[in-house]
Design a protein around this ligand. Sequence first.
Ligand code: CA
Ligand code: CA
Length: 93
Amino acid sequence: MAAGISLILTITGTSITWNTEMTYEVFLETSCTVQGDLDCDGEVGLSDLEIFCLSWLSSDGQELYNPYCNLSFPQNETIDLLDFSVFAGEWLK
Ligand SMILES: [Ca+2]
Ligand SMILES: [Ca+2]
């Protein structure tokens, strides 16, 4: 019989537990299904507005630029009123 390691993973929410005594917490990257839901909590609210404001008038390449705030289509390279218009349209959804 070949030597080896058998590993069983149990995935519960954002936690992966190995069949050993070690437990690893991982954060799974998820994609938000609601446009403008910048913190991926399932709705567009004040916490998203806070994230949006942090990147207000920033452009691609700048430190505060957040591509997830670039909501208008076709996209430009700046977080501007076009993006805010989309964001406001999704407000409280
Ligand atoms: Ca949200
Ligand atoms: Ca934009």
